[in-house]
Write a protein that binds this ligand. Sequence first.
Ligand code: FES
Length: 57
Amino acid sequence: MADKIVLQLKKNGPILVMKDGKVLMALCRCGASTNKPYCSGDHAKVGFEAEEGTLEI
Ligand code: FES
């Protein structure tokens, strides 16, 4: 069976793409990143608010 990819939606932050417990990348979901499609940390500056969650694919 293939290893699952886990998408961890961080509260008020990015989507972490994870495999085997390791973070492969952090994707921006606030739209304010200066390094799209990756999170640059700017979500904190713009006051981005979003719920946390987890998806397995
Ligand atoms: S989620 Fe971090 S910069 Fe958009």
